[in-house]
Design a binder for this molecule. Structure first.
Ligand SMILES: Cc1cc2nc3c(=O)[nH]c(=O)nc-3n(C[C@H](O)[C@H](O)[C@H](O)COP(=O)(O)O)c2cc1C
Length: 361
């Protein structure tokens, strides 16, 4: 294996500056362990699962690798309304249609109790991470100062996930160790600024290492952002198409089949912008955008259809969050093989660009 090292590797005690992103429903113990074992940093997504499930996944990862792991926890700066506080509208027309289609495929759409994101819930998960000696905590949805202080008191590193330069500035003020900037190309919840611009903007003022995210699926892209000044990458979608990710075969094969214009960024998932592959789940809303509800109402009303379709791995009717890099994913591999290929491709791309530009070795 080639060497690919930045100061971020020493900070996180990892071999390669490639971090696997926290991804709800996708990134649990097996994926995180496989990436960490291969020399990157694997992350368990802990926003929605219960504290008990988070503990189970940490134990599983620990049984598979002794190397550092990360847990991604959502710390909402403003707690969302409880489900019981929300006046739910009559089911919007497109959702009725979607549910009927799902049921016609023999899948029951049942009421769900989507886990509310609350500070108490996040605090309980953080305590579990401390109990099991998790080395790195990723803060999604904001970086409270108390989280940084409690982590630092135990020698735990903090990564902050941001989609805007102003959010990066707040996280740095709160004392974070690393900022991950996610461009609009990224899968899942995403902002509207492209990575090349957002990265340059944050590099102008950041006093901590900056990691690039959004649309990154191969080594030439990694070489590009490292050259721009990033110290590493946070890669999501590429790791969905691996043996260890926790989604069904239809989700994985959709990524391999996707074209570079297959994703849309839309409010239909939960009322916040989410980038996902276009399929029947997105198509039913076309022309009915006026029926979309604000967050968190949209999240609550969509949940039964979303969970039923995902549990049954219905290719056309489940949400498929994915970044614009999907069109560049051509195979389904073990996560460790993906990581090692990314390293080799990056080293090759950096060497080739040096030769192409004519710089002395
Ligand atoms: C399926 C999926 C689920 C995601 N869930 C989360 C999550 O639970 N927490 C989080 O911080 N980010 C989440 N994200 C965003 C990722 O952390 C990351 O920023 C993004 O995947 C990077 O873009 P890429 O997918 O193009 O590599 C999710 C992304 C995807 C694709």
């Amino acid at each position: 294996m080639s060497t690919l090292k930045t100061p971020l590797c020493d900070l996180l005690n990892i071999e390669y500056p490639i971090l696997q992103a926290g991804m709800g429903g996708v990134a649990f113990g097996p994926l995180a362990a496989a990436v960490s074992e291969a020399g990157g940093l694997g992350t368990i997504a802990a926003i929605s699962p219960t504290p008990e499930r988070v503990e189970q996944e940490i134990k599983l990862a620990r049984s598979l690798t002794k190397k550092p792991i990360c847990v991604d926890i959502g710390f909402p700066l403003r707690a969302p309304k409880e489900k019981s506080d929300v006046n739910l509208p009559e089911l919007p027309g497109p959702l009725k249609q979607l549910q009927q289609e799902i049921e016609a495929l023999g899948v029951e759409v049942k009421p769900t109790d989507d886990q509310a994101m609350s500070i108490d819930d996040a605090r309980a998960k953080l305590e579990i991470c401390f109990k099991h000696g998790v080395e790195v905590i990723a803060c999604a949805l904001g970086t409270p100062k108390w989280v940084v202080e409690e982590c630092h008191a135990r020698g735990v590193k903090v990564i902050s996930l941001v989609g805007r330069a102003s959010h990066a500035a707040s996280a740095i003020r709160a004392g974070t160790d690393i900022v991950v900037v996610q461009g609009t190309e990224g899968g899942g919840h995403t902002g509207d600024v492209g990575l090349i611009t957002l990265l340059a903007e944050v590099l102008e003022f950041s006093t901590v290492p900056v990691v690039a995210a959004g649309g990154i699926v191969n080594g030439s892209q990694i070489a590009g952002v490292l050259t721009q000044g990033a110290q590493g990458v946070w890669v999501g979608t590429r790791f969905i198409a691996t043996h260890e990710s926790s989604v069904g075969p239809n989700y994985k094969s959709s990524l391999v089949e996707a074209e570079n214009d297959s994703t849309i960024r839309s409010l239909l998932f939960d009322g916040l912008y989410v980038r996902q592959l276009q399929n029947r789940f997105t198509e039913v809303w076309e022309g009915h955008e006026n029926e979309l509800q604000p967050y968190p109402i949209q999240r609550i009303v969509v949940a039964p259809a979303r969970f039923a379709a995902a549990a049954a791995d219905l290719k056309d009717h489940q949400p498929l969050p994915a970044g614009q890099g999907s069109g560049l994913i051509h195979d389904l591999l073990p996560a460790g093989a993906v990581l090692h290929r990314l390293v080799e491709e990056t080293v090759t791309a950096l060497r080739q660009s040096r030769d192409r530009i004519g710089l002395a070795a």
